[in-house]
Design a protein around this ligand. Structure first.
Ligand SMILES: [Ca+2]
Ligand SMILES: [Ca+2]
Length: 286
């Protein structure tokens, strides 16, 4: 569980040092989660397609979508990764390192990000699944946790085409499997206000970007907390627990929710981390 080791290192680093530089608050939390244009899109000839993401690359800091509506591009995840990489350099979690880990997971089929797009009645839907692929046979397996009890996808982006090929879907709340550490299972990251833009044809998705907010509450409670052993952490390997689970989660929480890491503020005062990825996808059978 090297993912857990990262969290432990992350927590310990936070116990001993504090990042002190301040930056501008990015506090516009207007909720724009409406799809007013749905059903009124351009009459593209696109009908339906299934795709596998072949490239998913974190963009440079402060380049991406405008997830808080203040007119400037948002992408703060690289800053959290630089901090995490300091905590645990062996995990290769700098922004470049994350991109290497993601690319390796896609290349060896351990992680498949799958899309099912359909455009009936000028209303675009893009279902997002996690899964894996046998690289020899190209056989794709959908992760059952991507589906609800009825077998329907849990994550769907809604939008329209604005030209024959240019589409925009979202904002919606979805989950995307992101392989943070090579040879570890991908973490189903919560992406709030997720917007996918790009050129979509029957052959695939090109020139695309996925921008979103990773809400702190969901990141901490749904993704990180389950990875921390209930018995706590032996940080120096002497067999004695040095930090309880509660202590470690307190420290990780204080790091993640720090305004330098979590740049987006919701109406209720909770925070999130902006993120943006370039995306390419090709046709797939699943
Ligand atoms: Ca912004
Ligand atoms: Ca110990």
């Amino acid at each position: 569980m090297r993912t857990f080791l990262l969290i432990a290192a992350f927590g310990l680093l936070g116990c001993h040092g504090k990042g002190g530089d301040s930056r501008d608050d990015d506090t516009d939390a207007t909720d724009s989660d409406t799809d007013a244009a749905e059903g009124n899109g351009y009459p593209s000839t696109f009908t339906e397609g299934k795709f596998r993401v072949t490239s998913f690359v974190l963009m440079p800091a402060d380049q991406g979508g405008d997830v808080d509506g203040d007119g400037t591009e948002d992408n703060n995840l690289p800053k959290l990764l630089i901090f995490a990489n300091t905590a645990a350099p062996s995990l290769n979690l700098s922004p470049d390192g994350l991109n290497e880990n993601i690319a390796a997971g896609i290349a060896d089929g351990q992680v498949a990000i799958l899309l099912h797009a359909a455009y009936p009645n000028r209303a675009l839907s893009v279902d997002v699944f996690g899964g894996s692929m046998d690289v020899d046979t190209q056989a794709i397996t959908i992760d059952p946790t991507s589906l609800d009890d009825q077998g329907n996808p849990k994550s769907t982006l809604h939008g329209v085409f604005s030209t024959e090929t240019a589409m925009s879907a979202g904002p919606d709340a979805i989950r995307v499997p992101v392989q943070f550490i090579s040879d570890e299972p991908a973490l189903p990251l919560p992406f709030d206000r997720a917007v996918l833009t790009g050129d979509l044809t029957a052959d695939g998705l090109t020139n695309a970007m996925l921008s979103a907010v990773i809400p702190d509450d969901s990141l901490l409670n749904d993704v990180i907390e389950p990875l921390v052993p209930a018995e706590g952490v032996d940080s120096n390997g002497d067999g004695q627990i040095d930090y309880t689970k509660a202590e470690l989660m307190d420290t990780v929480t204080s790091i993640v929710t720090n305004e330098n890491m979590s740049d987006v503020v919701y109406d209720d005062g909770s925070r999130g981390i902006s993120a943006a990825f370039t995306v390419e996808a090709t046709t797939a059978d699943f």
